[in-house]
Design a protein around this ligand. Structure first.
Ligand code: HEM
Ligand code: HEM
Length: 225
């Protein structure tokens, strides 16, 4: 029986997140003149995360956080081989929350960072220069945490593939074959919820990009020689 697991917004979110995070890691690492692109990509990641967090409450069945919250009871049942369900399993859910949390921290810390050369992130003027430098240091270290979590994510998917379970196809096409008749297709995730999540994501990116800050003072006039 074919059941719907991942709705289109969740799938688009995932693959855009993958592309944007990969590009942000690369441009951040290279730095220099790529830093402007890095900031744009970081803002895109922030927008995607805000969208996903709202979709975690308003999206369709398996996209909802309550559906896959890794409570101790569920994790134990999974480890004992007694968990039955669809969507993210309780261990996978731990990694999903870790990825979403660390990426949110990374995007927010980036907003207050500077590159010690010419670039100041849009909200850096809201904190002292010492705080901005401290946050830039933490932001740089985020690279290794993100690489570690992504490596774990890909390793888990590879282990499932070796055991004959293809998790990637449902994340691409949205559906999978299920033998258990108790498992139901995803429901919910209405158009109004999608529009609300998109509007809040765009609004947050606008504010994060300094939309509410006063415009910078004009540069001093060039000296008259
Ligand atoms: C920067 C790289 C990546 C990041 C940050 C990332 C992040 C995530 C996140 C946050 C989720 C949870 C989806 C949700 O419920 O919204 C997820 C799920 C998933 N990701 Fe990725 N991902 C990355 C790369 C990849 C790649 C390259 C693949 C494929 C080879 C992949 C395959 C999957 C699959 C199959 C799931 C669903 C797992 C399940 O069935 O529980 N991811 N990923
Ligand atoms: C989740 C999204 C983001 C990721 C994955 C990310 C990743 C990175 C990485 C890997 C570096 C370089 C680390 C190193 O040189 O060792 C970096 C540096 C930097 N990022 Fe991000 N970043 C993100 C979001 C942002 C945002 C939104 C901004 C600002 C709008 C930003 C501003 C900066 C700045 C200014 C630096 C230079 C820091 C320094 O040289 O001390 N980042 N980022």
């Amino acid at each position: 029986m074919r059941i719907k697991v991942w709705d289109l917004p969740t799938r688009l979110f995932h693959w855009l997140l993958f592309l944007a995070v990969a590009a942000a890691l690369w441009t951040g690492w290279v730095g220099g003149s790529w830093i402007d692109w890095h900031a744009r990509l970081g803002l895109l990641v922030l927008g995607l995360l805000v969208f996903r967090i709202i979709w975690g409450f308003l999206g369709s069945t398996y996209a909802r956080f309550a559906q896959f919250a890794p409570t101790p009871g569920r994790v134990l049942a999974y480890l004992r081989g007694r968990w039955r369900g669809e969507g993210h399993n309780p261990l996978g859910a731990l990694s999903v929350f870790a990825l979403l949390g660390v990426l949110t921290w990374q995007a927010v810390s980036g907003l207050f960072s500077n590159d010690d050369i010419a670039f100041k992130a849009p909200l850096a003027s809201l904190v002292s220069s010492d705080t901005s430098t401290w946050l830039s240091g933490l932001h740089r270290q985020g690279l290794w945490i993100i690489l570690g979590l992504v490596a774990l994510h890909l390793a888990a998917i590879a282990v499932y593939a070796l055991r004959g379970k293809n998790l990637v196809k449902p994340m691409l096409v949205g559906w999978k074959e299920a033998d258990d008749l108790n498992i139901k297709s995803a429901k919910g995730g209405k158009l109004w919820a999608l529009l609300l999540a998109l509007a809040l994501a765009v609004g947050t990116v606008w504010v994060a990009n300094g939309g509410l800050l006063p415009p910078p003072p004009p540069p001093p006039p060039a000296p008259a020689w």
